[in-house]
Design a protein around this ligand. Sequence first.
Ligand code: PAF
Length: 281
Amino acid sequence: MEIFETVAEIRNTVKKWKKNGLTVGLVPTMGYLHEGHASLVKESVRNNDKTVVSVFVNPAQFGPGEDLASYPRDFGRDKAMLEALGADAVFHPSADEIYGGNPLTKVYVEEMSSVLCGKTRPVHFGGVAAVVSKLFNIISPDKAYFGLKDYQQFRIICKMARDLNFDIEIIGMPIVRDKDGLALSSRNVYLKPEEREAALSLNKSLGIAEKMAENGERSAAKIINAVKSAIEAYAAAKIDYVNIVDPENLKDIDTLTGPSALMLAVYVGNARLIDNRIIGS
Ligand code: PAF
């Protein structure tokens, strides 16, 4: 497995692979890898001749006062994990390598970026779209892999790829959970042991909603109220939002008429946790 720090080097390597007719999978990450990331890398290794994993804590997707400085990092551990998973290359650029030269171009997927997490994190999805479009242009993968825990991000990237004609298949991979049901996230390290129970309310509330929909409940408001009550039962959990949206365009829906995305974000101590489930299918 090779480590590349510059755009020119990774580009040349990928160009050589492609000249030899090899297919390339890309797994974009911000490092501090866990089993969720591992599932993306395994899928890419299975389905492509070569797999590139980017490890880059992207400053552009953190707003003022967010956790850019404290975001967990352990590149040594990430490298060992990626080597064991069979990745072929790691792209680990500096912020200057990616954003040097005073870039003036913005990439912003309107409507979908200002709702849900975009309300509390107004710069976040612009930063994600900017770095992902750069990675797509630098690596030119055939396929790119994203976790469905970040469902809004996944949908925004699908829309961006379609709008900008990226010739890349975007693949969403199922949420990976700890044994107790907590969705894996690099930010789970912010949780104190005594906050775990409150953090589990997210997955529990999704289960309640799923059952209600299975039993024929079609009112989004009723399901949202039940989800909110299940979370608010824990004093340490503070809801940011609970919404039920169209799974493609992320617009709120009142009545479930087909598969619908239940989306939530909840603060537990220093962690802002997100989770989601497709219900009503
Ligand atoms: O999901 C993430 O880890 C990041 O948002 C991504 C897609 C790597 C862009 O920085």
